[in-house]
Design a protein around this ligand. Structure first.
Ligand SMILES: Nc1ncnc2c1ncn2[C@@H]1O[C@H](COP(=O)(O)OP(=O)(O)O)[C@@H](O)[C@H]1O
Ligand SMILES: [Mg+2]
Length: 272
C-alpha cells in the first residue's frame, strides 16, 4: 500500500480502479466532458462537471471512459446516505500493532496522485457531507481533514466528475454546491442504433437477432417513458442467453421470460 506524509501525518492511499468499460455511441458527450476538464491557460481552472440521468443510462461508464481517454488513473467514491464528511477525506484505523493509522479516501488519493475521481451517485449524500467538499470545488482546490488537522491540496492534474441519478428518493443538494458542480451534462436514453451498438459492446457474444429484439423492447419502453435502461437491456439479453445455454427451449419463449424476470410482468406489454 502506498503511503504519503503531509505535515507529519502519514496517510495510506486508496488504489485506483480498473474496469473493462468502453464508451460507445454518443461521442459528443465524451467531448463535452473532456472540454469541461480542460485547462486552457495557466490562470484557468477545470470545471467539476455533473452527469445527470436515470439509473443505468451510462453515467458511471462515461466518467470512467473520459478519465481513461485522458490517460489518468481513475478513483471511485460511491456516495450513500450514510457518507460522513470524514469518509470523504481521511478516516482513522487501528493498525496491526494497535497504533492509529490514517486512511485517505479514494477522493483524497485521487487529489494527491493527480487522478480522476468519480463521485458516484452524489445525490445520495447529505448536505453535511457535501459541505466538506466546498473548498475543493472552487478555486481553492483543497480539503481539510478535521481528524488529522491537515489541509490537503489537489494536484494540478486532479479532476472530478459527479454522477447523479434523476430520482426523487434522495437528498436535495444545497444550492452553493449545485453552483460548484457545473456544467451539467444530461444523459438521455439512446436512439435505437446507438442502443444496439452499446448492447453489442457489452455483449459481443450475443447474436444480432437477440440484441435487436431487446433494443425494440427498450425503444418502446423509452417511448412510453418507462425507466427501462441500457443496463436492464443488457441484463435481459444476458439472462436469455444463459437460459438458452442451459435448456433446449425455443429462444422466442426465453426472451419474454427474461424480460419478465428482470423487469416484472408489466414490462411484457412492450414486447411486439
Ligand atoms: N454509451 C455506452 N457505451 C458502453 N456501455 C454503456 C453505454 N451506456 C451504458 N452502457 C452500459 O450500461 C450499463 C449501465 O451503465 P452505468 O454507467 O453503470 O449507468 P449509470 O451509472 O447511469 O447507472 C453498463 O453495463 C455500461 O457498460
Ligand atoms: Mg452509476
Amino acid at each position: 500500500m502506498e503511503r504519503v506524509t503531509i505535515d507529519n501525518i502519514t496517510l495510506t492511499l486508496a488504489s485506483p480502479i480498473e474496469l473493462p468499460l468502453n464508451w460507445v455511441g454518443n461521442d459528443e458527450l465524451l467531448k463535452q466532458l473532456l472540454a469541461a476538464w480542460m485547462v486552457i491557460d495557466e490562470r484557468d481552472i477545470p470545471f467539476n462537471p455533473r452527469l445527470i440521468g436515470k439509473p443505468g443510462v451510462g453515467k458511471t461508464t462515461l466518467g470512467y471512459a473520459a478519465a481513461k481517454r485522458l490517460g489518468r488513473q481513475v478513483y471511485l467514491f460511491q456516495a450513500t446516505m450514510d457518507t460522513r464528511p470524514e469518509d470523504l477525506i481521511v478516516t482513522p484505523v487501528v493498525g496491526p500493532d494497535g497504533t492509529i493509522q490514517y486512511s485517505a479516501s479514494s477522493l483524497v488519493s485521487a487529489m494527491i496522485k493527480g487522478g480522476v475521481l468519480i463521485l458516484d451517485e452524489g445525490n445520495r449524500m447529505s448536505e453535511k457531507a457535501w459541505a466538506s467538499l466546498a473548498p475543493l470545488l472552487d478555486d481553492r482546490r483543497y480539503v481539510e481533514s478535521i481528524i488529522t488537522g491537515v489541509r490537503i491540496s489537489a494536484h494540478p492534474d486532479f479532476r472530478i466528475v459527479v454522477t447523479m441519478n434523476e430520482d426523487s428518493s434522495t437528498f436535495e443538494v444545497p444550492e452553493y454546491i449545485h453552483s460548484r458542480l457545473q456544467p451539467q451534462l444530461y444523459i438521455d436514453f439512446p436512439e435505437a442504433e446507438e442502443e444496439l451498438t452499446i448492447l453489442k459492446e457489452n455483449l459481443p457474444f450475443a447474436s444480432a437477432s437477440i440484441l435487436r429484439y431487446v433494443v425494440d423492447f427498450l425503444q418502446r419502453g423509452h417511448a412510453a417513458d418507462e425507466p427501462y435502461s441500457v443496463r436492464d437491456g443488457i441484463n435481459i439479453a444476458r439472462y436469455a442467453l444463459k437460459m438458452m445455454a442451459a435448456s433446449d427451449q425455443d429462444p422466442r419463449d426465453l426472451l419474454p421470460l427474461a424480460v419478465e424476470r428482470i423487469l416484472g410482468e408489466e414490462a411484457l406489454r412492450y414486447l411486439r
